[in-house]
Design a protein around this ligand. Structure first.
Ligand code: CA
Length: 241
């Protein structure tokens, strides 16, 4: 399974081989089990403003900037874009609602996965559309020594956000890597699309309620049902690459 995925990746991107140096981790739904809170916060906040966004749909939009999600729903439900003021107010309310939840726990298997890749000599980085300061600060508490701040890509760095490849291209640039020198670990369809568009070997972990097909259809090279399942295959992935 891993070998045929690598062959497909190399053919698709015109590379002769992978020279793995870094692992780029998405954050929400990969390192932290925070997506259920985000989905509820999105649904309840949009309802408050007369807009319909189900929890399931929130998972489909995962990775977009807040403004991007609000505009998409506004255009669909009302036929026009939200104003900058509306976007700011709605996103502030969504963040407030999210922060009412207790801190999201680390995703089971995330620490084991990070350690396995680090022990293989790889650099581990975080690439997220999140601007939740609480989560960013908690990375160091949960995963000590795993992530260097100057290599992190967050909502404060990017203009477009996922599904645009920009966040992943920026991560490659910050680390000084070529696309075939990294792999991405992603849980969201739009995140997979962004990573694939950046030309990076993409490992999907389906930690949410969506069917596997939405991740595979976006071009994920490998798919695991959980971070625990990925953690047990890290060495196999590293030696295969
Ligand atoms: Ca995610």
């Amino acid at each position: 399974m891993i070998n045929s995925a690598i062959k497909n990746y190399l053919e698709r991107n015109n590379y002769e081989r992978l020279h793995l140096k870094a692992v780029l981790f998405d954050m929400d739904g990969v390192l932290f089990d925070s997506m259920p809170y985000h989905a509820v916060a999105w649904h309840e906040t949009m309802a408050k403003y007369g807009l319909d966004l189900s929890e399931q749909e929130a998972y489909m939009h995962e990775g977009r900037t807040g403004g991007g999600t609000i505009n998409l729903v506004s255009k669909r439900e009302r036929g026009f874009e939200a104003t900058a003021e509306e976007i700011e107010e709605i996103y502030r309310e969504k963040s407030r609602r999210f922060n009412e939840f207790p801190p999201a726990p680390a995703m089971p298997g995330a620490w084991e996965t990070i350690q396995a890749f680090k022990q293989a000599g790889l650099t581990t980085m975080v690439v997220t559309g999140s601007g939740q300061l609480s989560l960013l600060d908690r990375l160091n508490a949960h995963f000590p020594g795993a992530f260097r701040r100057e290599l992190m890509v967050t909502a404060f760095d990017v203009k477009h956000g996922k599904p645009n490849p920009e966040p992943y291209l920026m991560a490659l640039s910050k680390g000084g890597y070529q696309p075939n020198e990294a792999i991405v670990v992603e849980n969201a369809p739009l995140g997979v699309r962004a990573a694939v568009a950046a030309g990076i070997f993409t490992v999907a972990v389906n930690t949410g309620p969506l069917p596997d097909s939405v991740l595979l259809d976006e071009g994920a090279d490998l798919l695991f049902p959980s971070m625990q399942a990925l953690s047990m295959q890290c060495n196999k992935i590293v030696t295969s690459l």
